[in-house]
Design a protein around this ligand. Structure first.
Ligand SMILES: [Zn+2]
Length: 124
């Protein structure tokens, strides 16, 4: 885990893959014709002109916690089957303890898929 997390340099790439592994879609109208806007790291829907980023509509969009920190915390929680303490998330990601605690709560909740904007399949 400790070696894995710093390797997640391209967290946006990871998130893009996780969210849209079956193809990029407009979060608003689900249209498939999406163009990438240069410079801004944003995308635009050809149908409704809605502009969005990878984190649009996810819990990551509403916080100042960078995407790579969410990715690291999520990886840690998956690795430990949700048992990682907020303290260990804090140590790994350098966020404050209350932030680590909040992230753990969100990422461990049944609605985490929704929070992350991904279809989440729970392990049996
Ligand atoms: Zn659209």
């Amino acid at each position: 885990m400790r070696e894995f997390a710093p390797g997640l340099r391209d967290s946006l790439g990871v998130m893009t893959f996780v969210r849209w592994h079956d193809g990029l879609r407009c979060p608003r109208c689900a249209h498939k014709h999406i163009s990438r806007l240069r410079n801004q790291g944003k995308y635009e829907c050809a149908a409704c002109k809605y502009q969005f980023s990878i984190t649009s509509g996810t819990v990551m969009h509403k916080t100042r916690v960078p995407v790579h920190v969410w990715t690291m915390a999520l990886a840690l929680l998956i690795e430990t089957r949700g048992e990682a303490s907020a303290k260990s998330i804090q140590r790994l990601t350098w966020v404050s303890y209350p932030t680590a605690w909040r992230m753990k709560k969100l990422l461990n909740s049944p609605s985490r898929g929704q929070a992350l904007g991904v279809p989440w399949k729970e392990e049996q």
